[in-house]
Design a protein around this ligand. Structure first.
Ligand code: IPM
Ligand code: MG
Length: 369
């Protein structure tokens, strides 16, 4: 296998700490399979603002476009909260998504058996939960024009954002959801607000058309976003793949994440289309944020970042078996009773970020020994 190029963007807050543990797993892979990567590191978010005055330099953007995959930690923090909107750390992440054309955001919400009772919902409601949220990531109100804040003649102000989707944008994300469903339990729930938004009406019609023309064997349902938010709490087991737009996906994925008991456990993949050379732009990041309150204290849970790397192995590097080892090692470590603070439970052993990462690689060695 030719050496794959990975760009690591640790970012802000706990990002750098959790990416150290990802590097440990990358080193393990090198030892175990002699799979070396061309690793490069760059700055994004507040870290890039401090060094270069912008949340993402053109050079880093170019490196990201040239990489086989980008591994990101987290961006943002109170230090940069007062910056003008266009200069905020989050803009670095949004530019990566947009310029790499990462339109498909996969956010699995899986309940690990060992953590099922850490959920705020009852055990029997969440046990065995395995939902895949497919969030459209480069369109909708996040990027729609016109946008801005303007001052009106009477001195009042007016803030504007635009929710906009085209048939192509809807159809390509629908295909991603149906293709994933084919490898799962063949059920897709498409989520919109077709009862109040024209873009939602179009969304519903186009998802249905892709289904009828290309994936008639998949069971497709439609749900309004508010109802979906409620159903996720009431009976999450009814969902398999959920496909939805950028904003609803942002909210529903946080909600689904919390069902699992810890945001600190959840990975994500952001994928582009497949180009003429068979390459697909991809970025992997934990769903959790930069958690500035615990940054630098060796308290963060590195497992979401590590599981994001496992997704990278599966979706970008064709190393599904190795991805499986990592996922199994995470379960073994949890079953063994190790917990970072965010998932701490009575009678378990509280460990640091570093100890969690070290133990994980030891388990990987044992598993593959
Ligand atoms: C996410 C985050 C981002 C988003 C922020 C950091 C811009 O909440 O990835 O879900 O809103 O998409
Ligand atoms: Mg979010």
């Amino acid at each position: 296998m030719s050496r794959k190029k990975l760009l690591i963007l640790p970012g802000d807050g706990i990002g750098p700490e959790v990416m150290v543990e990802v590097r440990r797993v990358i080193d393990w892979l090198d030892r175990y399979r002699s799979i070396g990567f061309d690793l490069a590191e760059g700055l994004v978010g507040g870290a890039a603002i401090d060094a270069h005055g912008t949340p993402l330099t053109d050079e880093t953007m170019a490196d990201a476009l040239a990489a086989d995959a980008v591994l990101l930690g987290a961006v943002g923090g109170p230090k940069w909260d007062d910056l003008p909107f266009e200069q905020k750390p989050e803009r670095g992440l949004l530019r990566l998504r947009k310029d790499m054309a990462l339109f498909a955001n996969l956010r699995p919400a899986v309940v690990f058996d060992a953590l099922a009772d850490a959920s705020s919902l009852k055990l029997d409601v969440v046990k065995g939960l395995d939902i895949m949220i497919v969030r459209e990531l480069t369109g909708g109100v996040y990027f729609g024009e016109p946008r801005g804040i303007e001052t009106l003649p009477d001195g009042g102000r007016r803030g504007v954002n635009t929710q906009v989707y085209t048939t192509d944008e809807i159809r390509r994300i629908a295909r991603v959801a149906f293709e994933l469903a084919e490898k799962r339990s063949r059920r897709v729930c498409s989520v919109d607000k077709a009862n109040v938004m024209e873009s939602g009406v179009l969304w519903r019609e186009e998802v249905q058309r892709v289904h009828d023309e290309e994936f008639p064997g998949i069971a497709l349902g439609h749900m309004y976003a508010d109802n979906c938010a409620m159903q996720l709490i009431r009976e999450p087991g009814q969902f398999d793949v959920i496909v939805t737009d950028n904003l609803f996906g942002d909210m529903l994925s946080d909600e689904a994440a919390m069902l699992t008991g810890s945001l600190g456990m959840l990975p994500s993949a952001s994928l582009g289309g497949i180009d003429e050379n068979g390459r697909r732009a991809a970025l992997y990041e934990p769903v959790h944020g930069s958690a500035p309150d615990i940054a630098g204290k060796d308290l963060a849970n590195p497992l979401a970042a590590v599981l994001s790397f496992a997704m990278c192995l599966r979706y970008s590097l064709d190393l599904a078996e190795e991805a499986g080892f990592i996922e199994t090692a995470v379960e073994v470590v949890l079953d063994g009773g190790l917990r970072t603070t965010d998932i701490m439970q009575k009678g378990k052993a509280r460990v640091s970020t570093t100890v969690m990462g070290e133990t994980l690689t030891r388990e990987l060695d044992k598993l593959t020994g």
